[in-house]
Design a protein around this ligand. Structure first.
Ligand SMILES: CCCCCCCC/C=C\CCCCCCCCC/C=C/C(=O)SCCNC(=O)CCNC(=O)[C@H](O)C(C)(C)COP(=O)(O)OP(=O)(O)OC[C@H]1O[C@@H](n2cnc3c(N)ncnc32)[C@H](O)[C@@H]1OP(=O)(O)O
Ligand SMILES: Cc1cc2nc3c(=O)[nH]c(=O)nc-3n(C[C@H](O)[C@H](O)[C@H](O)COP(=O)(O)OP(=O)(O)OC[C@H]3O[C@@H](n4cnc5c(N)ncnc54)[C@H](O)[C@@H]3O)c2cc1C
Length: 672
């Protein structure tokens, strides 16, 4: 079903905004995409997918029942995956199937989420990262060709965070050369896996491996759960959907239990460890956590995912703010556009800057990930702890920041931002889940903190540390950094804050141990500080990486593009410096006067960015089909779209609802 929307003239306020633009929008788009060729490729893929016309629904998704919504999502997923399979992969290449462009294009089809998302997002990456070449040859072509559809079933009802505590067992039976999968308790039921409830016929299962009477910890298994013809659950499998949730409404997150369910020996994913026919366990992994590889991969991809979601929210809120007028400043003057209010600019310009910061950092993180994985393939796992620490904190902070900025975008749109047709509530609830899944915020920052405490101890004793914590060699033994209001000065202050906080954690742990606590309790008592230290480290990484990448990528840009990209990065540094004034006062020589100057310069920068605001979000180049927003469309015809969407409410299908005659009228007549 495709709805034909009327083509409208661009709202005069938005048209005027676009005339004020003083930089080349396409150049900025190219920087965000990673180059001119990448922009062209993206546009080509978007044209293929979106010109097929499957994206718009006659009845908005949110007006459908749970069942209808799921069925509509499956219908569109099949159309979409056919386009991916037959047309898009030819352009991106098979090896880039998870390309962010596919992800971005998918949003035009699914306001919420596709039930196939986890198949492409986690099942396929797990096959690639955890299979032997023979297993890959067996499973991967079927998965990419949608001959099998998979989910990633790791979390259980009783445990998500503590993977070592998972209860599902996979016990090897050498006589039949099979594993027996079993769910011994209610808490051992797999819970949450996207696409598992109704869609998947296969899944990757994480279970405790038992062979020759010994437990070897958690390993991954590929399990067929439904008949490929009838789609009925196989005997020994109990599978279903977990029920309505805050978002992810059409992803059929599922539960799964095993009753002594048998799978062939070859279904254990054996890249890093294997069980021989006789039941002998052989570990080849050079690092104990390589089976957690899919999670690291997704944490890395989530940083660019956050940039994308934030750029959508910022585009909606800024276009709306250019059209919305509210409150006379002086009597008889026209009401200003709400974008003219500095308080509105304060809420919104940081969203543009943050989308850039995350996008540039995510590309750098992706390159780091690829380099570390290339080393791992050669047997060198030395850089894995640093990658784990880095991907953990960047996942935690990017998802958390994106969530709070998206909420600000909703606030910035007043009442209309609360409408589902604005799309802000969908974006918000999608991003809210990212702060929890793939490792909860606090839990991941504590992982980074473990690495930081070790790094601090190394730096303290004069040893060189790894690149992302190299600032500790400079600052570990310094008390306070001298404040300097240049960008270098602000970046160094963030590093000093991080070093100061990590050092304070180490001292707290040591003091607690001295006063009689064991290490575990001393660590536990210090975790509030440790989370703050890991967050501070992440901010230091973000400001440094964003700045360096911005300079690198704008080297050959035109003067005005350099200026505007520079302004955004400075805004990002200033915003966070002002957010962290308490820390600056503690760990640098900043004075009250310096902070007052910083505040004034920040306000001047908001004003300087104001004329380019709409063009900066235009540079994200998000087609209306991807935005799905009554408030954020390119033409800015906000009020017409809100009215149009209101007409679609099922409550407007009849002038009088039957409940009037059934309940209200009898109530009015005293007959109820
Ligand atoms: C038609 C189709 C349309 C769709 C098209 C779209 C195309 C798709 C493309 C792209 C999609 C992109 C978007 C993707 C969206 C995905 C949606 C995902 C939905 C959600 C999925 C999930 O949530 S899956 C489950 C995830 N679960 C977790 O993350 C659990 C969190 N817990 C942990 O990670 C660990 O248990 C924890 C780290 C907390 C501790 O582990 P533990 O085993 O207890 O280890 P511990 O003893 O504490 O530590 C020992 C040692 O090991 C180090 N370590 C731990 N983890 C790692 C690691 N991963 N790597 C390296 N090292 C690690 C740890 O730090 C310790 O080190 P030392 O301090 O001892 O040195
Ligand atoms: C929308 C969505 C989709 C998902 N999709 C999948 C999927 O496809 N496959 C899959 O396997 N899983 C999936 N999950 C599960 C997800 O990975 C887990 O929910 C997540 O890892 C958090 O684990 P938990 O729910 O056990 O939280 P808990 O660990 O119980 O956390 C609860 C609270 O306890 C705190 N806490 C826990 N441990 C510690 C600690 N050691 N120190 C300090 N505080 C701690 C946390 O900070 C949090 O505040 C999904 C979840 C959601 C919400």
């Amino acid at each position: 079903m495709k709805a034909n929307r009327p083509k409208r003239d661009v709202h005069p306020d938005l048209a005027r905004e676009r005339l004020k633009c003083n930089f080349n929008i396409e150049e900025v788009t190219n920087i965000i995409d990673g180059g001119k060729d990448k922009t062209l490729e993206r546009k080509k893929i978007e044209d293929i997918a979106l010109n097929n016309g499957a994206c718009l629904d006659e009845i908005p998704d949110e007006c459908l029942s749970i069942k209808e919504r799921y069925e509509n999502a499956i219908r569109k997923s099949c159309i979409y995956s056919n386009i991916v399979r037959n047309e898009m992969l030819e352009i991106t290449g098979m090896e880039n199937f998870e390309s962010p462009v596919l992800r971005r294009t998918a949003d035009a089809f699914f306001k919420d989420i596709s039930p196939f998302m986890l198949h492409l997002g986690m099942f396929v990456p797990t096959l690639i990262g955890q299979s032997t070449p023979e297993q890959m040859a067996e499973w991967l072509p079927k998965a990419l060709d949608m001959k099998i559809i998979g989910a990633y079933a790791q979390t259980e009802l009783g445990h998500g965070t503590f993977i070592r505590g998972l209860e599902t067992t996979a016990t090897y039976d050498p006589d039949k050369e099979e594993f027996v999968l079993h769910s011994p308790t209610i808490t051992s039921y797999k819970w949450w896996a996207g696409g598992l409830g109704k869609t998947a016929n296969h899944c990757v299962v994480m279970a405790q491996l038992y062979t020759q009477g010994e437990c070897h910890g958690t390993h991954l298994f590929i399990v067929q759960i439904r008949d490929l013809d009838t789609h009925m659950p196989l005997p020994g499998i109990k599978v279903g959907e977990i029920g309505p949730r805050m978002g992810f409404s059409s992803a059929d997150n599922g539960f799964l239990g095993f009753n002594s369910f048998r799978i062939p020996r070859q279904n254990m994913l054996m890249k890093h460890a294997k069980v021989e026919k006789d039941g002998c366990y052989v570990k080849s992994a050079k690092h104990g956590k390589l089976t957690y590889g899919t999670m690291v991969f997704i944490r890395v991809t989530l940083v660019s995912e956050m940039s994308f979601n934030l750029s959508k929210a910022a585009t909606i809120a800024i276009r709306y703010s250019a059209v919305r007028r509210q409150t006379e400043l002086r009597p008889n003057e026209p009401e200003p556009q709400i974008l003219d209010y500095p308080t509105q600019q304060h809420k919104l310009f940081i969203c543009i800057a943050t989308a850039h910061a995350f996008q540039l950092t995510s590309k750098w993180l992706w390159d780091t990930f690829q380099a570390v994985m290339a080393d791992v393939r050669k047997g060198n796992v030395d850089a894995l702890p640093e990658l784990h620490a880095l991907s953990s904190c960047l996942k935690a902070v990017s998802t958390s920041d994106a969530l709070s900025h998206i909420e600000q975008c909703r606030f910035a749109c007043g009442g209309h931002g609360y409408m589902l047709s604005s799309n802000l509530p969908f974006i918000y609830s999608f991003v809210a889940a990212t702060r929890t899944y793939e490792g909860d915020y606090t839990v991941l920052l504590l992982q980074t903190a473990r690495f930081l405490v070790k790094a601090w101890e190394q730096a303290e004793s004069g040893n060189n540390v790894t690149p992302t914590v190299a600032y500790l060699n400079r600052t570990a033994n310094t008390k306070r950094v001298v404040w300097d209001n240049t960008h270098e000065g602000i970046i160094q202050s963030f590093q000093a804050i991080a070093a100061g906080k990590i050092g304070q954690c180490v001292r707290s742990i040591r003091d607690r141990i001295k006063s009689g606590m064991d290490y575990e309790d001393a660590w536990l008592m210090t975790t509030v500080q440790l989370v703050a230290a890991a967050e501070a480290h992440c901010r230091a990484v973000l400001v440094n990486t964003y700045w360096n990448e911005m300079i690198r990528l704008t080297k050959s840009s035109s003067a005005n593009v350099k200026t505007v990209m520079h302004q955004l990065a400075v805004l990002y540094l200033m915003y966070w410096a002002l957010e962290k004034t308490g820390d600056l006062l503690k760990y640098s020589s900043v004075s009250k006067q310096d902070l007052d100057d910083l505040q004034r310069r920040y306000e001047e920068l908001l004003a300087a960015l104001r004329p380019n605001a709409v063009s900066l979000v235009d540079a994200f180049d998000l087609r209306d089909e991807i935005l799905h927003s009554s408030l954020g469309s390119y033409d800015g015809c906000v009020y017409e779209r809100l009215m149009e969407e209101a007409q679609k409410s099922p409550l407007n299908a009849e002038p009088v609802n039957p409940s009037f005659h059934k309940y209200i009228k009898p109530l009015m007549q005293g007959k109820l």
